[in-house]
Write a protein that binds this ligand. Sequence first.
Ligand code: IVH
Length: 676
Amino acid sequence: MTAVSDARQELERLRREIAHHNVRYHVLDRPEISDAEYDSLFRRLLRLEREHPEWISPDSPTQRVGAAPARDFAQVVHRVPMLSLSNAYSEEELREFDERMRILLDENAVVYVAEPKLDGLSVELVYEHGLLVRGSTRGDGTTGEDVTANLRTIRSIPLRLDDADGSVPALLEVRGEVYIEKDAFRAVNERRASDGLPLFANPRNLAAGSLRQLDSRVSAERPLRMACYDVGAADGVALTSQRELLAVLPRFGLPVNPLYAECSSPEDIIAFYRKMRDERDSLPYETDGVVIKVDRFDLRRLAGTVSRSPRWAVAGKFPAERAVTRLVDILISVGRTGVLTPVASLERVRVRGVEITSATLHNEDEVRTKDIRIGDQVVVQRAGDVIPQIVASLPELRSGNEREFSMPSLCPSCGARIVRLEGETASRCLNTACPARIKQSIGHFASKGALDVDGLGSKLVDQLVEKRLVTRLGDLFRLDCETLAALDRMGPTSAGHLVHTLDRARSVSLARLLYGLGIPEVGATTALLLAHHVGSLDRLTQMPQDELESIPTVGPRTAGAVVDFFANEENRKTLADLLAVGLRIEAEPTATSAPSGALAGKRFAFTGTLSTMTRDEAARRVQSLGASVSGSVSRRTDYVVAGEDGGSKADTARSLGLPLLSESEFLDLLDRSSHA
Ligand code: IVH
């Protein structure tokens, strides 16, 4: 009996601990333990629950992974309607909003809270006595859809409210936006492209598509996030202003966007609007405007609501980011996995300060549904820093000389027949020896995150493949100075350098190798996860699907892709050949050891030009000390290093209150850390 009650106690303790670390990681962005330590707690809990399935309860952290498919969504009537916002399309209209408020509320000055308008979809979470009982979409504002199972898979949403202050309200309905960050959006689309699946047009569509999945296991694989900004019905907690709301929700473990401002004049409002508009590219998520809200709730009640929008708030929308240009041609690019992508060549045009000359058209169907013809005038759009898109063609401007596009029936690179599988949008070249595919695979294999072979540029790769000097990855290590020196734009020095670099790259970590092999679904992060959990290539190549799926965050799709990859005869030959030419896999730190180094776990972002080293070098230096480097600045960034002309990332860092290091401070930090 005591053994059982000990186990029960341990289980309760583990659940509390894991919930605590979830908040530290996903809400506060201040983890206290390493990912590996977290995983080991999680695995221990899974084991206890397997031994005692009768103890599994819906608020256990293990129950986020997703239940079996629901047949349809039930309807949920919102106790308090979910309103939408009226828009202001100019600074003038924002000023008019402030004037209206001062007249309506009979105040000389009104205090507002200004927030970025997140481009996702709004949802409501209902907590009863601290327990998440229901989550729904906004729907038409009165009735939404019950997407509880899917919302439960979002890690920043607590399944149980934190009762750090001793009590939780009997009822709390919170509203907020579910969204996906730009990097995560790109990663999902890249995977879909190589799988021949239709792509999501923008992060909002992806977030919406993920939330409305009937199978919550699919939602669980999509990196959704949530930021809360409003409360519906509540009992047991009295909030009196937006500022209070934004301070109180995080205490319950509910995520809010910390990037907001208090504005007490129209000038403050305009300043926030301009700042967000100019910095939006460096934010990790998409915003399409700012939301300005009267801070005090008693004043909100006075202002009231017209039709479906409150009078006390307004969305200040950013200007459109579109331009019209001519589509000169449609070229075909063949990717690593053989997928053919039509790429539009455009007459040079500027959109939001950036020159655009090409845009992806994703696949044949997209060209057809948008009725895009070669020679058309088209509308192009840059949304955030996502790859330029063609929004529409303008058929009314046609001269009659435009040509329709069709996918070639033969691969433009190798001449193999192109196939389009039933139910897929992608057309593929199935020839694994296709030069275009090999070129892309080599480029990927040699890239920074993989073997990091400097000096293997695309012009050189083209020659190596076309002269059949490299037909498999392993051939790279067979190249000698003499052969290389005889190639175009190469000489004895660069050839010698490359042979030396390749020789050094022979010794590689398992994670880098896995990433470099270009296994579908396996990006750099998943590669690292697999390497840490599995430890050896031998084990991984033999691992059955269910065992792979038991690794936290590895879903059925990824597991299936890994199994398929290693079952493929060609891939096996490539691997055997790599080992035959002397590729050595370095020992991988095991699952329980945390990243080491004086800067372990720290996140850096670099901006501007450094005078003593390139940004790549700086990145490698901090990585060698255990830190990671990201391209954009977010709340999770620990240090922003600003060189000459730091620009908007530095401003973002200031607005987030992050430590901003000058080059000399950075060098000091490196110096201290290297001797730590
Ligand atoms: S407040 C009644 N705050 O914009 C006020 N909305 O058309 C409720 N949105 O449906 C909304 N970021 O999906 C608010 N910081 C923010 C927001 C935000 C995005 C969305 C939300 C809403 C739509 C308004």
